[in-house]
Design a protein around this ligand. Structure first.
Ligand SMILES: Nc1ncnc2c1ncn2[C@@H]1O[C@H](COP(=O)(O)OP(=O)(O)OP(=O)(O)O)[C@@H](O)[C@H]1O
Ligand SMILES: [Mg+2]
Length: 228
């Protein structure tokens, strides 16, 4: 469902962020993307989201070469591939319910669908009783669960997570991993960038390691593989 062929990204200052990446990710996979700071992990994600364009190569997502995608189709692409971040990025003046509903209003979902979907995803992340609270009234783990609920409310086929547990204590990080794994079991492809060695080593999923913009390792049931 995701295929990169000979993908390179050179930023305009001549920095080679990614070099000749060839990679295929199947529907329903759960994979970790690891590597030292500056290895190109966030660049990889930006290419998938079409926030940056590759200098060379093709990127196919759900049978569509997104490097050739017409402007008109970009909003649909961004609906299909959703993202969560280390710093949650919730809207501070909206309640938990409103934060999630907003993601549906943006794509002009009907209020009937919103009333049905928002409680459903809140239940999935275990926050049904927090709907009326504001982000500042939540713990870090709860905030991340809201951001996951928001990311999945429009049923994306791919969920990308850029260091989703980076701001959380180990126990809370594991709660987030359980939620991500549960979403993956329902069929969503999950790509997670992380520096959390223990999580990668314990979860036994596919691990792709980048170094200086190249894939140096791609293992099923892999390990983190280096010391930070
Ligand atoms: N917009 C940009 N313009 C120029 N160079 C950039 C830009 N964004 C990233 N880079 C460079 O590209 C390389 C890869 O950066 P990237 O952000 O993808 O690394 P990363 O693996 O996500 O690192 P980290 O673990 O620190 O988040 C780095 O050398 C970085 O300085
Ligand atoms: Mg990064």
């Amino acid at each position: 469902m995701i295929q990169l062929k000979n993908v390179s990204k050179i930023y305009n200052k001549g920095i080679h962020a990614l070099t000749n990446i060839n990679l295929s990710i199947d529907k329903g996979e759960f994979l970790f993307l690891v590597g030292p700071s500056g290895a190109g992990k966030s660049t990889f994600i930006k290419l998938l989201l079409k926030e940056e364009e590759p200098t060379e190569g093709s990127i196919v997502v759900d049978h569509q070469d997104i490097t050739k995608m017409s402007r008109r189709k970009i909003p649909y692409h961004r609906r299909n591939i959703s993202v969560i971040f280390q710093d949650f990025r919730l809207l501070p003046n909206k309640t938990v319910y409103e934060n999630i509903a907003f993601a549906m209003q943006v794509i002009e979902a009907s209020s009937k669908d919103i009333r049905r979907q928002v409680p459903m995803v809140l239940g999935m992340v275990g926050l049904s009783d927090k709907a009326k609270q504001y982000p500042h009234e939540l713990s870090g783990g709860e905030r991340q669960r809201v951001s996951i609920a928001r990311a999945i409310v429009n049923n994306p086929s791919i969920l990308i997570a850029d260091e989703p547990t980076g701001n959380l204590d180990p126990e809370t990080a594991w709660e987030i991993m359980k939620v991500l794994k549960q979403i993956n079991r329902r069929g969503t492809t999950v790509v997670m960038v992380t520096h959390a060695k223990d999580i990668v080593d314990t979860m036994q999923q596919r691990v792709i390691a980048l170094e200086k913009g190249r894939i140096i390792r791609d293992e099923h049931r892999g390990a983190y593989g280096y010391e930070d």
